[in-house]
Write a new protein. Structure first.
Length: 421
């Protein structure tokens, strides 16, 4: 647990750091712990044998005041498609986007399928963003089979993550969490350790609690107990929970289901010979909702639940256990403000570049449904990102969904504000 800031560390080499004011001489190598808070740093990374990257500039992390005004951005289900380039270019084209204090990417990072060169391509694609904005990841079903598994050796499941043991995610992308050991279901992969499975971090008045939907979240599990304690201890004005898998969604497929009694028994693929622990394709929104929502209800502190998985954008009304608070009922569309809603807004932003999901169930079937990327133009190009703005002495949190148009521009497709005077 700690504050959010650039992680100037490398598993395979060291960083060559150039601090423009304190260390004007070229080639100065500074240990990360020597940096001061909120210090502008120009740096490159690499080693003497393989050379160094181009220079980038960032600002080291610090504890801002509880009334700080700032922004952060998010998207999920990214990969290396042309659409991912459009999303990246939209972010880098605007100084206001690049001024974001951190970047959340909740799962399905590269779609590499075990191909290390694709992980390299992904890193190169996003380098202009992540070299400047601290980027915080959590795993999805395409990032490794971990405990829940994606039926790693089953050919039928190769399209949903088969071929990715999780080694690349664990070693390439450290996070702010405590070290968690895991053993791959591939016997050829040794025991690994990751600090980017489930974690919690704070920036001023915002607490981000990241869950790992590809690890055990059943009552009594390590992650379940950790989430319960972490949410109980959260004292920040704003609490954002991230997880790759949505709890509320209306895509017409087996994951979102239709929230009927029958869908509680529905699974997207047959199980592992009756095993209690399912493969990734056996999960659905109801499975995740049953695991997570009781803790959210118990503490009633979560303002936004941020997810991906479905390759589309969807944003609900404030909702808890299917109940929309009276003050938020029928407030569909945008822009809209929810004042002290006492229930989280669920925001699904699987719009980073993965092939689109465009088949929807009618919103009239769900009292909590609101805005989604179901316009004809969105079906054609449903990619983009969300920018969160903390403002008015941290009494307001505004989220704006920017749809990229494939021509270098962005269009606002949704905007909501939560006000807590």
């Amino acid at each position: 647990d700690g504050f959010i800031g650039p992680r100037l560390a490398s598993a395979n080499g060291y960083f060559q750091i150039h601090i423009q004011i304190q260390y004007p001489q070229p080639g100065a190598r500074i240990a990360p712990e020597e940096f001061k808070d909120s210090e502008e740093v120009t740096y490159s990374c690499g080693d003497d044998g393989n050379g160094f990257s181009k220079n980038y500039t960032t600002v080291t992390g610090y504890y801002p005041p509880d009334t700080a005004a700032f922004s952060f951005i998010a998207t999920a289900d990214v990969g290396t498609s042309q659409a991912a380039y459009y999303v990246r270019d939209a972010i880098t084209s605007s100084p206001s986007f690049l001024a974001s204090k951190f970047f959340l990417m909740p799962g399905d990072i590269s779609y590499a399928g075990g191909n290390q060169s694709i992980w390299d391509d992904f890193a190169s694609l996003w380098e202009p963003v992540s070299a400047t904005i601290p980027t915080l990841l959590s795993p999805g079903n395409h990032d490794g089979e971990f405990l829940y598994g994606n039926n790693y050796h089953m050919p039928a499941s190769s399209w949903v993550g088969g071929g990715e043991s999780g080694t690349a995610y664990a070693t390439r992308y450290p996070g702010p969490g405590f070290p968690i050991k895991y053993t791959s279901q591939d016997p050829d992969i040794p025991e690994m350790v990751s600090t980017a499975f489930w974690w919690s971090a704070q920036y001023g008045p915002v607490r981000v609690i990241a869950l790992s939907g590809v690890h055990d979240l059943s009552p009594g599990s390590d992650q379940y107990n950790w989430f319960d304690k972490e949410l109980a201890a959260a004292e920040e004005k704003w609490v954002i929970v991230t997880n790759h898998f949505p709890l509320y969604c209306t895509i017409d497929d087996c994951f979102c289901g239709n929230y009927t009694a029958a869908s509680y028994q529905q699974r997207c693929e047959p199980g592992r010979n009756g095993s209690v622990i399912p493969g990734i394709l056996e999960m659905n929104a109801v499975f995740m909702k049953t695991a997570i929502e009781p803790i959210m209800e118990k503490h009633n502190k979560v303002d936004v639940y941020l997810s991906g998985h479905e390759h589309a954008y969807e944003r609900t009304l404030p909702v808890l256990k299917f109940v929309v608070p009276p003050s938020a009922q029928n407030k569909t569309g945008f822009p809209v403000t929810f004042t002290n809603p006492k229930a989280p807004v669920h925001l699904m932003a699987g719009t980073g570049g993965g092939g689109p999901d465009t088949k929807w169930r009618p919103t009239s079937s769900f009292s909590w449904a609101s805005v989604r990327s179901d316009l004809p133009v969105d079906d054609e190009f449903p990619y983009g990102f969300v920018k969160f703005d903390v403002a008015d002495k941290a009494t307001k949190l505004t989220a704006t969904y920017y749809n990229v148009d494939g021509k270098g521009g962005v269009v606002i497709r949704d905007q909501f504000t939560i006000a807590k005077p």
